[in-house]
Write a protein that binds this ligand. Structure first.
Ligand code: MN
Length: 320
């Protein structure tokens, strides 16, 4: 992946009473490959690395309904994180080195816990109409980042609060059980409101929150949030009020207790220092050249694995 776009913009709106809302603008990032899918990335960016344990927010589509498979990502590695795939439309086939083969469609969540190391491939299916969704990562806390890797595929938990229909796909909201394993206190949910609708959701004051608007326009705690923007809310809220504009609103609500651990994120790896990332990269490059590796196992996918980029000439520094 390479970021060819402008520097992300950041706007902080100070309001009287309650935490400020920080607007994080997306930047376009091509994922590469023969049929390039461009994603809108709102996390991480210069002004913010994390929302709770959420450390990566990619938003893509809708792609044309009759397009060929537009996501075609060959085997590549991950460490120290979970990947969460959530679709609004389309279907993506997932394969990994713990033996999983799963097709994800709207209403179901794929959660892959990389722990000490995993490799996977992802391809959108051309028999589904278009592709539209998000890929999110959580950084694993130190206590779990060396766990053995595993994969889960589950239905989201539906909830109705005021005018909002919610689908909780990770963590919990209002006591709803999480459909998948989360390893720090967090929340991930799709939120839908009809045109002009409004909802006041219970919030955990220990959490920080992010609202990514997919369709329509939102008002969050009285501040406007446009499509493709990620609005950040600092800890301290006991309730979150979201209102839709003149069109129906579709958004993704993220939340979590601040991770409180400096992390180093580089390419597909999350670690704690430069040397650790160097080790992960070397372990993967060995796999690229010679087949199965101790850390990343083997995958039943004939495509050539993606080589890691070259490390920058400077030491990678932790971010918080
Ligand atoms: Mn991946």
């Amino acid at each position: 992946m390479s970021n060819l776009e402008r520097e992300p913009e950041e706007v902080v709106l100070h309001g009287a009473g309650g935490p400020e809302v920080q607007i994080l603008e997306p930047r376009d990032v091509p994922l590469g490959g023969p049929r390039t899918l461009s994603v809108r990335r709102t996390l991480p960016q210069r002004s913010r690395s994390l929302i709770g344990a959420w450390c990566f927010v990619d938003h893509y589509g809708p792609t044309p309904a009759r397009a060929d498979a537009v996501m075609d990502v060959a085997p590549h590695p991950h460490t120290g994180l979970q990947t969460v795939t959530w679709l609004f439309a389309g279907a993506v086939e997932h394969r990994d080195s713990v033996g999983s083969l799963a097709t994800i469609r709207p209403g179901t969540v794929n959660l892959m816990t990389a722990g000490s190391g995993i490799q996977h491939s992802e391809r959108s299916r051309s028999d589904a109409r278009g592709l539209h969704g998000v890929q999110l990562w959580t950084a694993l806390p130190d206590a779990h980042r060396h766990d053995a890797p595993f994969f889960e595929h589950a239905d989201a938990h539906p909830l109705v609060i005021d005018d909002a229909r919610l689908q909780v796909f990770a963590g919990s909201l209002d006591g709803a059980p999480s459909p998948v394993t989360t390893l720090s206190p967090l929340l991930g949910a799709q939120l839908d409101l009809p045109a002009g609708g409004t909802a006041t959701l219970p919030a955990d004051p220990a959490f920080e929150y992010g609202l990514l608007v997919d369709a329509g326009a939102a008002t969050l705690q009285g501040r406007p949030v446009a499509a493709d923007e990620l609005a950040y809310l600092a800890p301290g809220c006991t309730a979150i009020t979201v209102t839709a504009g003149d069109d129906p609103l579709r958004a993704v609500l993220l939340g979590g207790a601040p991770l409180g651990e400096p992390i180093v994120m580089w390419w597909n790896f999350v670690g704690r220092d430069h040397e650790e990332i160097e080790r992960y990269r070397a372990d993967w490059q060995q796999r690229v050249g010679q087949g199965p590796s101790e850390r990343f196992g083997a995958i039943d996918d004939p495509a050539a694995p993606l080589p890691a980029p070259t490390l920058p000439g400077v030491r990678l520094r932790p971010r918080e």
